[in-house]
Design a protein around this ligand. Structure first.
Ligand code: 13P
Length: 259
């Protein structure tokens, strides 16, 4: 049984003070919500302050990106060691905004996942098709290619933690549903999730593959989260816009506790 996971991706929003304010409000709102794992991904500049704000709560910390080397002359980049140093447990890798605006290829995504795993971070790896690809009926082909290339060369042993968790989460985020208000229907998402699960069981052993959580992302909001979460193959959500509002995010977390 996979415990539901809700991740708030704050993207490039909020000053440090605003981030701390949001984290503190959230800490109070979700404190009694059991049976669900809650993670926030503030911008790099606010990670340290948010880490302090959520100390002792049931909220965990994620970075939104990472570089693939541990240190060196890479001006402006942030290494997995630095992220660990800020007590991040998770890191988001291969978000479609990074693939699109920063030309992150599957090869880059693969290097970043390996760097995260080497440093004992849990990687939340994003995959998803564009509108054009969906209309051309290429969704499964695109997903398969992103999953196989992104996870190439990663061993079962690299994913297993000491407390029987798995260091990999997949987020299915159809590009046409991100920030558009247009979400995939629960059955559309479930179909892709089932396909991802099948691919994972071809790549990893059954014990690992069956424990990898698959999240849905793309215009998740309180009005659609319960329905999405009730689908068998949807283990949680990667939430953008709605995670910037305490009440909306808390309602989404609540809908995952009730599954
Ligand atoms: P929205 O929830 O704003 O559509 O963003 C989804 C997303 O990209 C989360 O990573």
């Amino acid at each position: 049984m996979r415990k539901p996971l809700i991740v708030g991706n704050w993207k490039m929003n909020n000053s440090t003070a605003e981030s701390v304010d949001l984290a503190e409000k959230l800490k109070k709102t979700v404190k009694d919500m059991a049976g669900v794992e809650v993670v926030v991904a503030p911008p790099f500049t606010a990670l340290g302050s948010v880490r302090d704000a959520i100390k002792g709560s049931n909220i965990k910390l994620s970075a939104q990106n990472v570089f693939w080397e541990d240190k060196g002359a890479y001006t402006g980049e942030v290494s997995p060691l630095m992220i660990r140093d800020l007590d991040c447990e998770y890191v988001i890798i291969g978000h479609s905004e990074r693939r699109e605006y920063f030309k992150e290829s599957d090869e880059i995504v693969n290097k970043k996942i390996k760097a995260a795993l080497r440093n004992k971070l849990k990687a939340i790896v994003c995959v998803g098709e564009s509108l054009k690809e969906r209309e051309e009926d290429k969704t499964m082909q695109v997903i398969e290619s992103q999953i196989r290339k992104g996870l190439e060369g990663i061993l079962n042993s690299e994913l297993r933690t000491t407390n029987h968790e798995v260091r990999l989460v997949i987020a299915y985020e159809p590009v046409w549903a991100i920030g558009t208000g247009r979400n995939a229907t629960p059955s559309q998402a479930n179909e892709v999730h089932a396909y991802i699960r099948k691919l994972l069981s071809q790549i990893f052993n059954e014990d690992i593959a069956s424990n990898i959580k698959i999240l849905y992302g793309g215009s998740v909001k309180p009005s659609n989260s319960a329905e999405l979460m009730s689908e068998k193959e949807i283990d949680g959500a990667l939430v953008g816009g709605a995670s910037l509002d305490t009440d909306s995010f808390a309602q989404i977390v609540r809908s995952a506790c009730m599954v």
